[in-house]
Design a protein around this ligand. Structure first.
Ligand code: ATP
Ligand code: MG
Length: 283
């Protein structure tokens, strides 16, 4: 059987989460910092550790079957790959930012400005869509210091918390794209069965991350009010307790609206609520 190859970032913002995701899929491998390839001992898979910029092309050209990389890098390299799964980490947005003292109000005021970025392709497309003619200055890093050095009027860079912009006296002005880490694959790839198996494992880990396992006790007379608050899952399990009037309810709650849901459950009479993380959900 052919061995699959998956390319992930060697070091940087996506490395740790990518490794964690694959380990949570039950894959055994050494996270060698010094080597480029790490074999997985319990699945026909090899992990390639690469610079993130190289991942889309490696996948497009079939050197790797799969890759984990930010959408921003895929867009910038303009490769032709399949998006297989959004992964929910590495979230950020590509924004145009200007110095705090700049009174710019409208996007049209960027006409004639110079904008420093490491994302000239994405920025170029965006400006064209907006009908703006600006001078794109492509630089390879430390974009945020360029207005301060007089190299550009504005920048276009990735932002997650906005802390880096702030500490460089910049304010976000326009959203160019939002991005997260995604699993990509080569168009028309062979090894379909193995790829599907791996995607299913990844999805079961992601589903589990989005949900919590909750056990609570409730008086039998309040059970209907509690179950009415638990939509979206198959009926919860209801287990009788030693005290005849009471039952325990076992259910799964989405992380998203977790605290709202818990306070509603308390109001409806839930007691002794125990919340547990879920490792995998296989449908
Ligand atoms: P490499 O050495 O692999 O080329 P890099 O320096 O280009 O790494 P990182 O800074 O590690 O890249 O970021 C990797 C990805 O993390 C980005 O392409 C983006 O998708 C995502 N990301 C999330 N938040 C941020 C952020 N605040 N700044 C930059 N990238 C972010
Ligand atoms: Mg890079």
């Amino acid at each position: 059987m052919k061995t699959l190859k998956i390319a992930i970032q060697k070091s940087g913002r996506l490395n740790e989460k990518s490794v964690e995701l694959l380990k949570n899929c039950g894959l055994n491998f050494e996270n060698y910092k010094s080597s480029l390839i790490s074999p997985v001992s319990n699945f026909p898979l090899e992990i390639l550790f690469l610079r993130d910029d190289d991942i889309p092309e490696y996948v497009q050209d079939g050197i790797a079957d799969l890759g984990i990389v930010g959408e921003n890098v895929i867009e910038e390299t303009e490769v032709d790959v399949s998006y297989l799964q959004r992964l929910g980490f590495g979230k950020c947005s590509l924004k145009i930012a200007v110095p705090n003292n700049n009174s710019i109000q409208e996007i049209s005021q960027l006409n004639g400005c110079s904008i420093a970025t490491t994302y000239p392709v994405i920025l170029g497309k965006y400006l064209k869509e907006q009908g703006i003619e600006a001078d794109i200055r492509t630089i390879s890093g430390s974009v945020e210091i360029s207005p301060g050095l007089g190299l550009s009027d504005a920048i276009c860079d990735l932002v997650s918390t906005g802390g880096t912009l702030k500490s460089n006296g910049l304010k976000p002005f326009a959203d160019v794209m939002s991005s997260e880490a995604v699993l990509i694959g080569r168009k028309g790839s062979e090894n379909e069965d193995l790829i599907i198996e791996l995607i299913q494992r990844i999805q079961s880990v992601l589903r589990a991350k989005e949900t919590k396992y909750v056990v609570l006790n409730v008086l039998r007379e309040n059970l209907a009010a509690i179950t009415a608050l638990l939509p979206g899952v198959k009926s919860p399990s209801v287990v009788p307790l030693a005290e005849a009037d009471w039952v325990a309810v076992h259910t799964v709650i989405p992380e998203r609206d977790f605290w709202d849901r818990i306070s509603q459950l308390k109001q409806a009479g839930a007691q002794g609520i125990v919340v547990m993380p879920i490792e995998k959900i296989i449908l």
